[in-house]
Design a protein around this ligand. Structure first.
Ligand code: 5AD
Ligand code: SF4
Length: 434
């Protein structure tokens, strides 16, 4: 009988893809099947994120819970970014953990499974050409890695320490994966990298020169593929050619996540982001002038060390001017192995909370205003998710989450939908009958 695997995935889309890789390896080499019940599992894996402090604290309490409820013979593994940066310490603090497997070491999952107390956290381990077995969470859209690691040195960010140096995956492997996905029925792919538009700076073997814009052209030539999304581009590398390709290529979905982090040039410099407030605004303006209806989302960190009221005001100016379609906002959290961890001009935590609340309030008002205009709009929706409540949900080309009343027969299909009811981040509509 097949053994059972329970896997919990925290963090970003890269982690989702890493989990898929581990599920595939465990399924095809070790005969594991997925379960949603930790208590019946033979193997429990937590695929962790360490980008902020909170989830790391949560890990140990969660491990304790799993240890209590698991079957006696079941193993527990900790994988992902927190595994990379805490390594052996995890087993010291939670001795019942059977193995620790860092991000970008996931191909070793079937090996560490058989070595009790194994710790594999080599941060520059090269999996860029590893032929992973195949597993997809969704049959309708495929995540495809285009690079691993990150070469940037943003002073707040732990990722270069957990995911190592940046290596691009050869374009022929990416195109093959896109073709295989389409052959299996997916119409959409999601290209993933820490910094996608830095694609092509380094390959592990010989490879023809290629940048992200060229890669987008190659991938979009795959027949039967209808939608391409990607995350995340870095504002610094958003050159005109990239924005022009984004705007002109009909297969590229018109939504872009452009992480601002701060609207103050002085803070951006301290963060080592490599661009100014003006450059960011100029890129958004170019993007909007060439592709006016692009859904633009962003990440903002408030209360980075040294952020004074005037700096925060600059961030708010960008928020008011750009009117992002979605903002992921965070209070700065000092992370080990980063430069900013040693900065002493820490912002008072009450001030940080106030700034976060203010930013979120202003953004809510912006979204309320925006969503008033959504009613009556028509969008081509790709249905991907059947809900319990009689609705089926999908995304428009420009990333609006839209649901309509409907059943299973709509899964994996496209339909023209008119929005009838609108809320901040979720729209209700009806299929337009031709
Ligand atoms: N503190 C707060 N937020 C952070 N992020 C990354 N590092 C930190 C940190 N130390 C945020 C950034 C990034 C997103 C994934 O998480 O905004 O874009
Ligand atoms: Fe979290 Fe960053 Fe690692 Fe993704 S890459 S799992 S966001 S720390």
């Amino acid at each position: 009988m097949a053994k059972k695997l329970f896997i919990e995935t925290l963090g970003c889309a890269m982690n989702v893809r890493d989990s898929e890789h581990m599920i595939a390896e465990l399924n095809q080499k070790e005969d594991y099947e997925l379960t949603t019940q930790a208590r019946e599992a033979d193997l429990i894996v937590i695929n962790t994120c360490s980008v902020r402090e909170k989830p790391v604290h949560k890990l140990f309490s969660e491990l304790g819970v799993f240890n209590k409820l698991k079957k006696e013979s079941a193993k527990i593994g900790v994988t992902g970014c927190t595994a990379s940066h805490l390594g052996e310490e995890i087993i010291k603090r939670a001795p019942y953990v059977n193995f620790v497997l860092g991000a970008r070491n996931v191909s070793k999952i079937t090996d560490v499974l058989h070595r009790d107390k194994a710790v594999e956290t080599e941060i520059n381990y090269d999996e860029s050409e590893f032929a992973f077995k195949d597993f997809r969470t969704s049959p309708y859209k495929s995540f495809i890695n285009i690079s691993i690691g990150c070469d940037k040195q943003c002073t707040f960010c732990i990722v270069p320490h957990t995911r190592g140096e940046e290596i691009s995956i050869p374009s022929n492997l990416i195109v093959d994966e896109a073709r295989r996905s389409v052959a299996r029925g997916a119409r959409e792919i999601f290209l993933l990298g820490q910094n996608v538009n830095n694609y092509g700076r380094r390959f592990s073997g010989d490879h023809k020169t290629m940048n992200f814009t060229q890669l987008l052209r190659e991938v979009s030539a795959v027949e039967g593929l209808e939608r391409i999304r990607f995350t995340s581009p870095h504002p610094l590398h958003m050159d005109d050619a990239f924005i022009e390709e984004f705007a002109a290529n009909p297969k590229i979905c018109k939504s872009m996540h452009v992480p601002l982090q701060s609207g103050s040039t002085a803070i951006l410099q301290k963060m080592k982001r490599g661009y100014s407030k003006e450059w960011f605004l100029n890129r958004i303006e170019t993007l909007r002038s060439l592709a006016p209806h692009t859904f633009i989302s962003t990440d903002i960190i408030v209360a980075f060390p040294g952020e004074c009221d005037a700096d925060f005001q600059e961030t708010m100016e960008v928020v008011e001017e750009v009117k992002f379609d979605q903002i992921f906002s965070f209070k700065y959290s000092p992370r080990p192995h980063t430069e900013a961890e040693h900065f002493t001009d820490v912002v008072d935590s009450a001030v940080a909370s106030e700034r976060l609340t203010h930013l979120q309030k202003v953004q809510d008002a912006i979204l309320d205003e925006k969503s008033r205009h959504y009613v009556g709009q028509r969008h081509r929706v790709y249905f991907e998710e059947l809900r319990q409540d009689g609705y089926i949900a999908g995304r428009s080309h420009n990333n609006l989450a839209i649901r309509v009343k409907g059943g299973e027969e709509l899964l994996g299909t496209f339909a023209e939908v008119e929005i009838t009811q609108s809320a901040r981040l979720s729209q209700i509509g009806a299929i337009v009958v031709a």
